[in-house]
Design a protein around this ligand. Structure first.
Ligand SMILES: Nc1ncnc2c1ncn2[C@@H]1O[C@H](COP(=O)(O)OP(=O)(O)OP(=O)(O)O)[C@@H](O)[C@H]1O
Length: 729
């Protein structure tokens, strides 16, 4: 027999000397006449062995797969609990707790203080009963009433010796106690007389009140306490793993048999609980997000109390914060700007608080912000808080236009570089034209900044970018600028200027932030018609207060927001000033914006005016400087201003009459002419713009009257053409 090594399992070699010889028997021949041998199979033998119990753990013990040191340290780091609870280490939480403590005890104290007369009356009423109870128990003590049952038992048992011993003991005790009682009574009486005679009247009253109070307290029935609790007792709720499992099962995210895993213990975090859950394999964060309302129902809280956060370590891991009460219904209070003398707009500003009470600091540097919501949810107020912060930095230029002409922005008139309200001309000024002029001025400024910054020496402008020093250098005239447009849809839908405004805003939102000109646009109609996506898409930062559906929320916050767990339609109507912020801070999430109402705004703006006057930074409309190009306001703008919204064609005479109302000085003489020359004045004035009058028929008193007039589309086309040329220049 030749000796050679043979291949064993997995590349090992076996010395034939060590090999086991398996005898082949005749019955081991298979159907085809080949020899077959049954080789030893350790696994099968183990499986067939009676020693393997059903349900035995089949995984290899953990030490077979040792964690690397780095993994072990990471796991331990993650599992370590903070030394101090978060509310002790976070400044804002600590301050909030101190504030709560003072508030709580002040309220409780006040509650009891107003009830002192009631408590006094109750104590006085219960005092006789207290006096009776006290004398009865004193008598029982003096006469050793507590020993009576034992003495009676000795009598019943006929135990004379025991009875005599107890009687002797009782006599001695009664003697001693009676002496003590008489002495204490005499002493008390003497003290009472001394107080009565010697002490001032108020001490007498106080002593009498104290005695009545003590007796009243002693006489109070057990079921009717004198002092009622200042708090309603409520069922303290605690989030347990059972409740969480119940919620996930009822939300359809797992089954009773599958369950869920808790990689970390449930911990209290702020006014709520933090739960980290591993869903069954195959389930994802998106599934949990879709089931958010059902989860809330399973935990038995409002949907607005459940916050789901993605966990980057696994697609099936969900970090959930369950608030103890609806945190969004709690106002974060007044804006801290009220107590701020001056703001540095280069640094983040306080805008509000998140659902856990942490302050949210935001910055408008290098970005554009879109704010959207249904009406009356706090869109204007939240945008205004940012504008107020900008106002308190005297070196920030403010350009502000409000399409709705609400009173909310009027106070900015005293400090804004350019400002306008509504879309209807008033006092000879067309706010929409003013807006176009201001945007044109801004566009020119932005282009100029790009050139000048790139041409500046490196020691002044190290990275070709605006710096705080450059922005505050008045000679360079490149201040940080914030352009705020509230109710932007009013301007965008303007029949004459809408298209150009859209073009200019798109340009500014896209290009201007990089040179220190930020754009904040707010709208209650974020749809494609009122605020086209070409404009929305230029905004890196989005803030959506309550909207009607998750689809609208995605329109405001940007595509994909819903799948990240951001849905502003889940907010309630009562959540005023609360919105979802995306793209401005590191993490997207809820902001409960600080409130600055009309009078707060006025206080801040008065301070802002003083700051700007001191620094000499008031400019533009605030000091009556017109925008370049504004003087070139022509007959075209005036005719556009007097055309009604729905009017497509108007007779020339009517237009001249309206022009005379708009600007009596300029057009008054025209209006005074006879109908024919009156109309001719207009025809001649519009000729240089290539606009000819047209025949327009109208029904007057049941008859059709034909006169020459002007078509809106001709005026709009001429203005667009003129403005395009102006912007290009
Ligand atoms: N941060 C806030 N905290 C508390 N209440 C607020 C807050 N912001 C706004 N509100 C309340 O909501 C009301 C509406 O706010 P605001 O005028 O800003 O809404 P809006 O969305 O701009 O409305 P509209 O679209 O009609 O202009 C305010 O009058 C105020 O009472």
């Amino acid at each position: 027999m030749t000796q050679e090594t043979v291949n064993g399992p997995e590349g090992t070699t076996i010395d034939p000397a060590d090999a086991e010889v398996i005898p082949l028997r005749k019955r081991d021949r298979d159907a085809f006449g080949e020899w077959v041998a049954e080789l030893p199979d350790a696994d099968r033998e183990a499986a067939e062995s009676d020693d393997v119990a059903e349900g035995q753990v089949v995984d290899l013990p953990e030490q077979v797969y040792p964690l690397s040191l780095a993994e072990m340290m990471k796991a331990k780091d993650e599992a370590r609990r903070p030394i101090l609870p978060p509310w002790l280490t976070v400044d804002a939480e600590r301050r909030a707790f101190a504030r709560w403590l003072v508030h709580h005890y002040r309220e409780t104290g006040a509650y009891h203080l107003v009830r002192v007369p009631l408590y006094s009356a109750k104590l006085t009423a219960y005092a006789p009963r207290g006096a009776w109870r006290w004398s009865a128990s004193t008598c029982r003590w003096v006469f050793d009433a507590e020993g009576a049952p034992i003495r009676a038992a000795a009598v019943q048992a006929g135990d004379a010796a025991e009875y005599l011993r107890l009687s002797r003991q009782r006599n001695g005790r009664v003697k001693l106690r009676a002496t003590i009682a008489v002495l204490a009574g005499a002493l008390g009486l003497a003290l009472a007389l001394a107080v009565w005679v010697l002490a001032p009247a108020w001490v007498d009253v106080l002593a009498a009140a104290a005695i009545v109070a003590v007796l009243g307290w002693a006489g109070t029935p057990a079921d009717r306490p004198v002092i009622e609790g200042a708090r309603v007792k409520f069922r303290a709720r605690k989030l347990t793993s059972d409740i969480v499992v119940r919620a996930f099962v009822s939300a359809g995210l797992t089954t009773k048999d599958q369950g869920i895993a808790f990689p970390r213990p449930i911990v209290q975090e702020g006014d709520g609980w933090r739960v980290v859950v591993d869903l069954p394999y195959g389930k994802t964060f998106a599934d949990a997000l879709n089931a958010q309302d059902r989860l809330a129902s399973g935990i038995d809280v409002a949907p607005t109390q459940v916050f789901l956060d993605k966990d980057v370590s696994s697609a099936r891991r969900v970090s959930m914060w369950v608030a103890g009460t609806d945190p969004l219904a709690v106002s974060p209070g007044r804006t801290p700007l009220l107590h701020t003398d001056r703001v540095d707009f280069w640094k983040p500003i306080p805008w509000g608080r998140d659902e856990r009470g942490n302050e949210v600091m935001v910055t408008m540097l290098w970005l554009s912000l879109l704010v959207g919501a249904v009406p009356r949810q706090g869109k204007t107020f939240s945008a205004r808080t940012i504008a107020l912060a900008a106002a308190l930095d005297p070196f920030v230029r403010i350009v502000l236009f409000d399409g709705k002409a609400s009173p909310d922005w009027r106070g900015f008139r005293k400090i804004a570089h350019r400002i306008g309200f509504g879309i209807v001309p008033r006092d000879g000024v067309d706010p929409v034209e003013h807006f176009v002029d201001s945007l044109t001025e801004l566009k020119a400024d932005v282009e100029d900044r790009y050139h000048r910054l790139s041409e500046m020496p490196l020691n002044v402008c190290p990275e070709g970018k605006l710096t705080p020093e450059i922005s505050r250098n008045k000679r360079l005239n490149m201040p940080l600028t914030v352009v705020i447009v509230d109710e932007v849809q009013e301007y965008l839908q303007h029949p004459t200027h809408g298209k150009l405004i859209l073009e200019l805003l798109v340009y500014l939102a896209r290009v201007a932030p990089a040179v220190g000109v930020s754009v904040l646009v707010a709208t209650q109609k974020p749809d494609d018609k009122a605020c086209p996506s070409v404009l929305r898409d230029q905004h890196q930062a989005r803030f959506s207060l309550k909207v009607g559906s998750w689809q609208v929320s995605d329109v405001v916050l940007g595509a994909g927001a819903y799948s990240e767990g951001l849905d502003a339609s889940r907010l309630l109507r009562s959540h005023k000033g609360v919105g979802v912020l995306r793209g401005m801070t590191d993490e997207a999430g809820i902001v409960r914006t600080y409130l600055a109402d009309g009078s707060d705004a006025e206080v801040i703006l008065t301070r802002a005016l003083a700051l700007r006057t001191d620094e000499g930074t008031l400019s533009g409309d605030a000091i009556g400087e017109a925008a370049p190009g504004a003087e070139s306001g022509s007959i075209l703008d005036d005719v556009a201003a007097v055309l009604g919204r729905g009017e497509d064609k108007v007779w020339s005479e009517t237009i001249v009459d309206r022009l005379a109302e708009l600007s009596p000085e300029t057009y008054g003489p025209w209006a005074a002419l006879e109908p024919k020359p009156k109309a001719e004045q207009l025809t001649n004035a519009l000729k240089p713009y290539g606009i000819a009058t047209e025949q327009i028929s109208r029904r007057v008193d049941g008859k059709t009257v034909n006169r020459r007039g002007i078509l809106r589309e001709h005026i709009a086309a001429a203005i667009t053409e003129r403005n395009r040329n102006r912007v290009a220049d």
